[in-house]
Design a binder for this molecule. Sequence first.
Ligand SMILES: Nc1nc2c(ncn2[C@@H]2O[C@H](COP(=O)(O)OP(=O)(O)OP(=O)(O)O)[C@@H](O)[C@H]2O)c(=O)[nH]1
Ligand SMILES: [Mg+2]
Length: 310
Amino acid sequence: MWLPQLLLFLQKEISSKMAHKAGFVNIIGNPNVGKSTLMNAFVGEKLSIITSKAQTTRHRILGIVNGEDFQMILSDTPGIIKPAYQLQESMMSFVKSAFEDADVLIYMVEIGEQELKDEAFFDQIIQAKIPVLLLLNKIDKSNQEELESQVALWTEKVPNAEIFPISALEGFNVAEVFNRIIELLPEAPPFYPKDTLTDKPERFFVNEIIREKILMHYKKEIPYSVEIDTQEFFEEEKIIRMRSVIMVERDTQKGIIIGHKGAALKRVGVEARKDLEKFFGKQVHLELYVKVNKNWRSDQRQLKRFGYND
Ligand SMILES: Nc1nc2c(ncn2[C@@H]2O[C@H](COP(=O)(O)OP(=O)(O)OP(=O)(O)O)[C@@H](O)[C@H]2O)c(=O)[nH]1
Ligand SMILES: [Mg+2]
């Protein structure tokens, strides 16, 4: 009597293990189309910073969604651009790496946009041997007529893709895309422990939250010349103490970041602290400094130090 039961149990065990799905789902596209918004929506956490400015994301950031029988490893990547300096070259190498290990490729476009700035990346998409989901984002800003013509346009341009009109911001069709990805994931055991949410350390998120405030409050080249280096992250029972340095490329930029009587920097600090407290679920003490680090964007050694090169 017990043998058939044991066999049944083992069969169930094996089939449940076989049925586990896991894989890499890499999101690529032009700057500012909503890639990070989508990844955060899937993960349910604000892992990637979001602003209305292009080139908000500079790294490849993993967001992992764990279910009982699946692990979806999403990659948010920087928007595709023609690099003008070394930092941007590194950003594009993150995009390149996202092509290399994808099980499912998400190519995100927004309503009304044209092709990618980089033809080689576009060719890789249309010749991809893996499933490609083309997400036509921001349809909340569109109408039926425009939507139909956009779907027709992208069907012709990327014939190998399945097209989903979505609104990452309002959640329209997001669950449908999620379910379709699960269907497409290969059978595999999990790649990461099931409680893992991301591949980045705590300090990375401190840097990013501060950089988000800088993107929001400073104009022109300033946000693109800034890098954050969190030098201290010290967790006590009731509070986390952090010390971060805002690096700029020139003396004039240092003055602008600090602002009249330090008011501009103070605003960055106050807003960043609020978000950090939300992110870590704990009281935060944040000290901010500004330093000139000439031409860090073009210096291989510095870029490596800040995590832009492997
Ligand atoms: N109306 C509308 N706006 C959206 C939608 N999705 C994203 N956005 C907005 O578009 C802007 C860019 O969003 P991000 O998620 O930062 O875009 P991204 O593609 O990650 O940008 P980069 O990191 O710079 O390449 C933000 O202001 C978002 O709020 C959407 O579905 N509808
Ligand atoms: Mg982004």
